[in-house]
Design a binder for this molecule. Structure first.
Ligand code: GAL
Length: 418
């Protein structure tokens, strides 16, 4: 009799123990989730679609969508720095894969290791090895990538080019051949916006001038910025600037894209969030309403960047943040976010039927092109370098002195450990 009771008791304990993890899992999340990013206004719809899924799955969580306007995070990054250093981190924040994450926040020991999450979700087999390398160190994995964007894209409106009788330039020489004709017709050959977009343009021009091997050598510290090759890139950049609008510094990247859409400018070199803007906000059809080409002299090269979100140490609502990160890395989350954002999925198993013609062509290029890392969007250099580079750019826009810019970059590289 005694043994039967003991057996029943043991069985009960076993049932309770087995049920325990499920009970923990099923526990409904409550409280806040503060997500910090620069995806405000026109950049917001893709993020909002993710928040909508999160809200459906976790109705009792109050999602605070904390955004600071300003393309490429020009303002958001400064606010984030103040908050992180002041001990007030958001629950999760946007950060570029690569040196912006590793050389800045991981180096300062401000992030939580997400290796357990990657293992639990099977993400080690789903994200490309090269990308995992960019978000990892020998001590851990530090963020969840949400997309892959391309930086070196030339955008145009096919009907406008037809009207002006010009072809899409494949090389800078071809661009310089048609630019005077456009200028004479009162059309800005290449639309430019505030200073970070000059950094953005610079990287496409520098890649064209240097080629992919030398581009990589620059960031590996094997080619000097003040070498003849380094200075030549600034020379070409100066020449390209001659054909941009003089009111650039007062415009947002969307306003520069509008110049192309409205026919005030012929081309724009911008990341493919411009495709997201033209498709999602402006309702233009890719391939018909707008066209694209690799920026001049970079055919076969994919200047890449990946947005990601991390978990800062001291995240006030850690469980809510981990559930957010799970959604970001999931197939459903990724294939909902990216078609709206104008980026391709960072996962290798995405459902391409959900992606428009532009994005399908970007996915094909990403699969076959030589992939190199973006400077303007956090892959190649840390925030110390980027802060200094902004000043070098400001100086160059005023003085147009390639040698001085090359020398200043060389000093900066030394200072920031390149
Ligand atoms: C980039 C970011 C993109 C897009 C762009 C313009 O740095 O990676 O997702 O937001 O800035 O703001």
């Amino acid at each position: 009799m005694k043994t039967t009771v003991a057996k029943i008791l043991m069985a009960l304990v076993a049932v309770l123990v087995l049920a325990a993890p499920q009970a923990v899992q099923a526990k409904e999340l409550t409280g806040d989730l503060e997500i910090f990013s620069w995806w405000a206004g026109d950049e917001g719809p893709a993020l909002q679609a993710l928040i909508d899924i999160y809200k459906k799955q976790n109705p009792k969580v109050d999602v605070i969508n904390a955004t600071v306007t300003g393309g490429s995070g020009v303002n958001a990054k400064a606010v984030l720095k103040t908050r992180m250093l002041g001990g007030e981190p958001p629950d999760s924040f946007q950060v570029h894969s690569g040196q912006e994450l590793i050389g800045t926040w991981v180096k300062a020991d401000r992030m939580e290791d997400l290796t357990p999450l990657f293992n639990e979700q099977g993400w080690m087999d789903v994200f490309p090895k090269g990308l995992i390398k960019l978000i990892g160190t020998d001590k851990g994995i530090w963020s969840v990538p949400v997309n892959v964007h391309r930086s070196n894209v030339l955008w145009y409106i096919p009907a406008n080019l037809k009207k002006w009788g010009v072809e899409v330039p494949k090389t800078w020489d071809e661009f310089f051949a048609i630019a005077p004709k456009l200028k004479a017709a009162g059309v800005t050959p290449l639309a430019l916006a505030q200073n970070w977009t000059a950094n953005h343009l610079w990287e496409s021009v520098a890649l064209a001038s240097l080629g992919a091997d030398n581009w990589d050598a620059l960031w590996a510290g094997k080619l000097k910025f003040d070498s003849p090759e380094g200075v030549k890139a600034w020379e070409l950049f100066g020449k390209v600037l001659e054909y941009t609008n003089s009111d650039a510094t007062s415009l947002s990247w969307q306003q520069a894209t509008d110049m192309v859409i409205d026919g005030r400018a012929a081309f724009n070199i911008m990341g493919d969030w411009a495709a997201g803007y033209m498709t999602t906000t402006k309702k233009l059809v890719p391939g018909q309403g707008y066209g694209w080409e690799a920026s001049p002299d970079t055919e076969g090269e994919f200047l890449f960047l990946a947005d990601s979100f991390g978990l800062p140490k001291g995240s006030p609502h850690r469980d809510n943040a981990l559930t957010w990160l799970k959604l970001l890395g999931s197939k459903e989350g990724s294939d909902t976010f990216n078609p709206l954002k104008g980026s391709i999925s960072a996962r290798t198993d995405s459902d391409l039927s959900k992606y428009n013609d532009y994005l399908q062509s970007a996915a094909a290029d990403f699969g076959k092109d030589r992939v190199v890392g973006s400077l303007a969007h956090g892959v190649a250099a840390n925030e110390t370098f980027m802060g200094g580079f902004a000043s070098v750019m400001e100086m160059f826009l005023k003085t147009r002195n390639p040698m001085a810019a090359g020398k200043a970059c060389a000093q900066l590289a030394k200072k920031s450990g390149i």
